[in-house]
Design a protein around this ligand. Structure first.
Ligand code: ATP
Ligand code: MG
Length: 397
């Protein structure tokens, strides 16, 4: 598509329903747009009659704009528009030059009028502009399935005209639901779980456990890449890389082999909870799906859950692996996830992990550890990096 534009209209759906919170949601969506458009010459982004208008200093191509907007959460659809004066002649002249060299069979005009000062209502405007196009080109009107839809917005003191509408990613604007700790492995599942939660408006605190020096640097780099991909065109988020090997060795030395995986998980959860708490996190997120591996039985999920206060959210719990793989492909994490890597849990993995653990047994096994101290040590040894885009510096006005 060879469209270019300086004036982009962004529409949102779900957030419009949010009553009292509406202003808050819109503000965060505006912030998200500033972050996503970083590097472009933005003049202003503001709310305008139930939509958001982004104005640029110069024209940008459809590709440049759409690539970014498709990654912004909370958008139902968007349009690259042409801005003209708010009068019929100006609108007709704009439409006239657009359709001049076009060759289609059907079209429709969809007018939305927010400025009630405009002398015609939206139906009258549709008719006037429709007859204009029919006179010029002889095309048929097809309201339901036009080959060329023409959208006309009469908002503020201008008219915005668009000839193409793109669907956005939906979801809730970034950050509206608050922070959550996301346990991110290098596997296929957790990036999909992370994507889903980010789409529901959470801001992530990524936490990854690695077994360096027994696992290689590439396995950490992979997680960094995954987090970066998930945070494309989004405000920055922390990623903690937690060295887990020392504690794993102790667990191996001190406890029964069949409990190992669950004990690793319990320490991961406690540590993740403590890290998330430091950032105001309200829940933890994992990529677990019921029955997928030995640690994901109902019994084991319960014994993993029982060590934290925060709710553990498992957005993939009822999903088949194949569906998760498809989603990973769609969101673009699959290719990275399937790169070969050392998993911290395959390091020192027992032959036969218990599928039915009981809390009492695990608590007994854990008696040899000073749990708080172990968790504290993991946090102190962890490395913290940032992924995503730093927030904009606000102009003082
Ligand atoms: P994934 O594909 O997400 O690795 P999985 O099917 O391989 O999931 P497990 O390895 O049992 O399942 O992990 C279950 C969940 O525990 C993961 O989805 C992730 O949320 C968390 N997890 C596992 N290993 C790690 C790790 N090294 N660092 C952080 N979180 C982890
Ligand atoms: Mg895994």
């Amino acid at each position: 598509m060879e469209l270019v534009s300086r004036h982009i209209l962004v529409h949102y759906n779900e957030i419009a329903l949010k009553g009292k919170n509406r202003g808050f949601f819109e503000k965060l969506l505006v912030e998200s747009l500033y972050v996503a458009f970083r590097g472009l010459e933005v003049q202003d982004i503001r709310r305008l009659s139930g939509r958001i208008l982004a104005e640029f200093e110069k024209e940008y191509s459809y590709q440049e704009i759409a690539e970014r907007l498709h990654e912004v959460i909370g958008i139902s659809h968007f349009e690259l528009t042409e801005k003209v004066d708010q009068n019929l002649e100006a609108i007709q002249s704009s439409i006239g030059s657009f359709i001049q060299d076009k060759d289609v069979e059907s079209f429709a005009i969809y007018t939305r009028r927010s400025n009630k000062d405009f002398p015609m209502n939206s139906v009258e405007t549709n008719r006037a502009l429709g007859s204009f196009v029919v006179n010029e080109k002889g095309w048929k009107v097809s309201i339901d399935a036009p080959e060329l839809p023409i959208y006309v917005y009469l908002v503020g003191d201008a008219a915005y005209i668009a000839y193409h509408r793109d669907v956005g990613s939906g979801g809730m604007p970034y950050g509206t639901a608050g922070p959550v700790g996301i346990l991110l492995s290098g596997g296929i599942d957790s990036p999909v779980a992370a994507y889903r939660m980010i789409r529901r408006g959470t801001s992530p605190i990524f936490i990854h456990f690695h077994s360096a020096p027994y696992t290689d640097q590439a396995s950490q780099d992979k997680v960094v890449d995954l987090a970066k991909h998930l945070m494309r065109y989004k405000r920055s988020a922390p990623l903690y890389l937690v060295p887990f090997a020392d504690l794993q060795r102790k667990i191996v030395q001190e406890t029964k082999a069949s409990y190992r995986v669950i004990l690793y998980r319990r320490f991961m959860m406690r540590t993740a909870e403590a890290i998330a708490k430091k950032h105001g996190g309200k829940a933890l997120v994992t990529g677990e799906a019921l029955g997928q591996v030995a640690s994901q039985t109902l019994e084991n999920l319960a014994t993993i859950d029982s060590v934290t206060q925060m709710p553990i959210l498992r957005p993939l719990i009822g999903h088949d692996k194949l569906d998760i793989v498809r989603e990973a492909e769609k969101i673009g994490t699959y290719e990275t996830s399937i790169e070969p890597h050392d998993d911290c849990c395959s390091y020192l993995m027992p032959q036969q992990p218990a599928t039915k653990s009981r809390n009492e047994q695990l608590e007994e096994a854990e008696q040899v550890f000073d749990i708080d101290q172990e968790v504290q040590a993991l946090i102190e040894k962890s490395e913290r990096i940032k992924v995503g885009t730093p927030p904009r510096e606000k102009k003082k006005d």
